[in-house]
Design a protein around this ligand. Sequence first.
Ligand code: HEC
Ligand SMILES: [Ca+2]
Ligand SMILES: [Ca+2]
Length: 784
Amino acid sequence: MIRRVLKALIAPPVHGRGSETRRRAATPSRSGVGLKRLIQRLKPTPALSRTREGSVVALFAAALALAACSDSAPQVDTSVYGAGDNWDNPGGDWAESHFSRLGDISQENVGELGLAWEYDLGTERVQESTPVVIDGVMYASGNLGRVYALDAATGAEKWTFTPEMDMQIARSACCDWANRGLAVADGKVITAALDGQLYVLDMETGAVVWNVDTFVDKDRGYTITGAPEVAGDIVVIGNAGAEYDTRGYVTAYRISDGSEAWRFWTIPHDPAEGPQESPELEAAVTTWSEDTRWDIGGGGTAWDAITYDPEFDQVIVGTGNGGPYPQAIRSPGGGDNLYLNSLVAIDRKTGAMKWHFQETPQDNWDLTATQPMVLAQMDVNGASRPVILHTPKNGFFFVVDRESGKPLAANAIVRTSWADGWNLETGKPNFTLETSDYSQGPKIVYPASPGARNWYPAAFDPTRNTYFAHVLDMGNLMFLSGDPAEAVHEKNFLNAGAAIIFTSDLEAAAATLPPPMRAAIEAEPTWQWVKDNPFTSELRAMDPLTGKTKWAVPSAGWQDRQGVLATASGLVFHGSVTGKLTARDSETGEEVWSVDTGSSIMAAPMTYRVDGVQYVAVQTGWGGGGWGFLPGYAAAYRKGNANRLLVYKLGGGPTPQPADLPPLEPAPAPPEQYADATPEMLATGSALFTANCSICHSNQPRAPLPDLRRIAPNVHAGFEQVVLGGLFKMNGMPSFADRLDASQVKAIHAWLIDTQGKLRARELQLQAEGKPLDSRSLTILSSY
Ligand code: HEC
Ligand SMILES: [Ca+2]
Ligand SMILES: [Ca+2]
């Protein structure tokens, strides 16, 4: 039934030349469209009904019409589901479905896919973005907020844009220099840079039309990694930094001139500082305890999903986790802590909240609701409802009513130890705090902080009623690293407040923990889950309303997660960190085509058509949260991480692979140890390194950033200039002059000299024995 109705909603793929109109005029559609919307559409616009009257009134009407430009809902034909020749935004269409109606590439001919063109993105860091294509021009965003405008048929460069910034900002970026896409509207390309600048560029030339600093406080750990969202004549942008010391908000700017239309704070401020910014925040503040550590920030940052819903003229925002993670620090004594980990619907015109749905109340676990959402129309309990399909970090598949914000379905898709189900009547989870509240001792919490789902986009195929997404069923051990009452606010720095060990490493790590802690962990009922199966990482096809798996295929490891594209012709495209790009049969999951690109892929592929030729494109590049821990199965480990844009078409050629990296060499000899180095100094250095450096320098071979156990003599000589003087700041090595003094840097250096000496001895030995020099450590560091 659902399938039949939605099939009717989908226009058949248009064959032949020519591009379609991006935003069609609203035409009442016969099938499946709600009566309410039909009536809305048939109403004459105010401007039309008034212009018949006298000239004075006509003038008045003209003024009204102008005002109407910003006040009336933009016209988007929501009866057409899925992208066509164009791919309007990183999610493809108005619903952000990552679904294409194009069918020139089909199950029958997909085997003929080959490379049409490739483009060197010129960087070696993370790529999480899906390009946009408008009328034959591709606009891709790269790390830091770079933009590449390319001829979509040939890859010829039209222009590029690199945002200039003080790279000290890199210190506030927990999860790499990620960027998840740009927006195109009104002849302009809009990109948000890591440092908080929102740039509006001329679509033809790339020239800056205007830019604005979106950050309210430069002394706190804000960054931007998400895509701007266009909603009529405004553009909405959020930010990241819940792990630091931020208070989340999104801001709407008028695209025409950059003036601020509204700002929505996702959590309250300290009530001692005066009234809240809005009535919804006055309501929210009652869900935070009186002892809340407002000084540390509170979190709730909207770092990815922002989706404009044209049917209700509302902007839906997914908000982030609490900061610090432990509620015992953040809001001692409890409370839901609104609007953390929530979907909030904001009136586009006024910036006021229409409804909210909190997916993880009382957050202790970094279970954000920032994961991408897909809009849809779906039969639920016999009625056709406008819905949001949402799979946040917390392990449930939610189908939420877009009109009321009420959950219509909530099914667990992985093991969850913080809640064992959902009460759809009350809209609340059934908490299982006995297996997840770690304020009194360690708990093994499922899902882990990387989430059952994360930013990796899902695709929804309404013709098959199937949601395709990478799903990670993994947990993490969580425990307090100190007394919550004594937590200090680390300014513009990580304030996560909890220690984390992923279940992928837990059995190995448990052996090294203090015996009482180990005994406590082994007494947990969830210890059995770890022993049975520490994690499952797989691409799944799921039914949204039941959450049931139709098919699943395993990924190469828990860090092998990927974005997805689905097409009406029954294909699902996805990459892999191993370098493989694959097409599958939507019905069975069976592989129908693949190519080894030699480049690690995490971003979602997309598809478009120019002059009657359908293309499939994907950006390659490893990185993101925990990026230092490059798994050995990654293409980036074998071949480096040169970022590429790969574009395929039927009858294309082979995909050139980057050359293999040369074999590892033993670490070079370190300089002589400081004469006054003591074991205490080395221990201090080790601890300071873990606290300050390890988030970027994982000290693994072939990690994206230098392995500091292998530094060259000249870098040793300039160590202090690098760490305190900011010598390499322009390349993303920030200065620590505000956090460390010369004696602390010396302690870190002494520990690194010692470590390098030991590593060199070990590697010379391995080399003599003809063994590989791969000296890795456990991936126990969480930086999500
Ligand atoms: C925000 C990420 C980040 C953090 C945190 C960080 N670094 Fe770096 N570091 C970098 C980057 C990026 C480079 C490479 C710079 C380049 O290519 O010029 C680098 C390079 C270096 C180098 C030069 C290595 C070489 O072989 O050329 C040293 C030394 C160094 N970092 C020390 C430290 C120390 C010590 C800390 C902690 C106090 C630290 N870094 C923390 C990002 C970081
Ligand atoms: Ca969006
Ligand atoms: Ca987080």
